[in-house]
Design a protein around this ligand. Structure first.
Ligand code: SF4
Length: 84
């Protein structure tokens, strides 16, 4: 992390176990694999996931100034399991 540019970011990830993340720091995930296996339509789930993206930094740090953030407070998978 150097400086947030979340407003212009379009990073999304589909993890190897079928979960969609709308931000690398998002602790929330959408289980697309389970929906696919259940025969559900995926597009509404994908849209809801994208529209639910937090304003910045996955919504995990509130309005703290960037300089005051502590990465240890982040609740997330490791980047290796995200593919980020
Ligand atoms: S914290 Fe999330 S929204 Fe912000 S730049 Fe990183 S991936 Fe994009």
């Amino acid at each position: 992390m150097s400086a947030p540019f979340c407003g212009d970011c379009n990073r999304m990830r589909l993890t190897a176990d079928g979960k969609m993340k709308n931000c690398l720091f998002s602790k929330d995930e959408t289980d697309l694999l389970a929906a696919l296996r259940a025969g559900e339509a995926l597009e509404p789930l994908i849209r809801r996931n994208i529209l639910g993206k937090a304003e910045k930094l996955g919504g995990q740090f509130g309005d703290q100034p960037f300089e005051a953030l502590h990465s240890e407070a982040l609740i997330n998978r490791s980047m290796i399991s995200i593919g980020g």
